[in-house]
Design a protein around this ligand. Structure first.
Ligand SMILES: CC(C)(COP(=O)(O)OP(=O)(O)OC[C@H]1O[C@@H](n2cnc3c(N)ncnc32)[C@H](O)[C@@H]1OP(=O)(O)O)[C@@H](O)C(=O)NCCC(=O)NCCS
Length: 205
């Protein structure tokens, strides 16, 4: 392992709730993460999948995640989950780096909060912890992540507001990318966050 594992921490949420934020591990978290994604996809908000486009079982789901690089512990993936006591995984957030050397400083962010746990501060808590973890990471050769990017549906104002509040900027739209359940098309917005190098205060990226 060449990255520092995330130190688990409890965070207070609105409504007197609280959650444990910790690193995700595969295959141990496969079942909880698949259940979470099923619930989010079923709610039909913010996502680009139909329920039948998800794997049927946790093993297949975990295998796909591992093949996508999500289980890497070499600093190419940073995956977190949030657990509520007695309930299991209620949210996840992940950052996966691009692999080619010229774009190795770029990472793609994804996040999902269970519909029953949305709007109580969990998304913000997860992303603050995830971005902090990533900002602190250094590769063995001193390299680090300098750009985090994501794609978000234009009809997902909560997500756009959250990303903006964390410093992400809109960088353009792919018009009509997504066909909604009602048959209408919606744009997909690209957003990016540059992480300045603390050792080079004058640099913008
Ligand atoms: C989008 C998502 C990640 C946000 O997480 P969350 O836990 O629900 O959001 P939080 O409670 O942390 O709120 C974060 C911010 O969203 C904004 N927000 C919350 N509800 C909002 C609403 N109904 N409309 C607009 N903005 C809203 C606020 O700016 C809030 O900031 P605050 O901390 O100052 O109140 C979560 O709702 C989710 O997973 N949705 C379904 C899947 C999805 O959309 N994933 C992202 C794909 S790009």
């Amino acid at each position: 392992m060449s990255f520092t594992p995330l130190t688990p921490s409890h965070v207070p949420l609105r409504g007197g709730r609280r959650a444990l934020l910790r690193m995700a591990t595969y295959p141990a978290d496969s079942a909880g993460l698949l259940d979470l994604e099923r619930a989010i996809v079923k709610a039909r908000q913010g996502i680009v999948k139909y329920p039948d486009e998800l794997p049927d079982d946790p093993t297949t789901y975990g295998d796909l995640q591992i093949r996508a690089g999500m289980a890497a512990t070499d600093g190419s993936a940073f995956c977190m989950v949030a657990e509520e006591e007695g309930r299991g995984i209620v949210a996840e957030a992940s950052i996966l780096r691009l692999t080619l050397r010229m774009v190795r400083h770029v990472a793609v962010l994804g996040i999902g909060v269970h519909p029953d746990a949305q709007g109580i501060g969990l998304g913000r808590a997860l992303l603050e912890a995830l971005l902090g973890w990533v900002r602190d990471h250094r590769d063995a050769d001193g390299g680090r992540i300098r750009r985090v990017e994501l794609h978000v549906r234009a009809d997902n104002p909560r997500a756009v507001a959250l990303y903006r509040s964390l410093g992400f900027q809109e960088e353009g739209s792919r018009r009509g990318l997504i066909r909604r359940d009602d048959g209408n098309f919606v744009d997909d917005i690209g957003m990016g966050l540059l992480l300045p190098d603390p050792d080079e205060p004058s640099a913008s990226a």
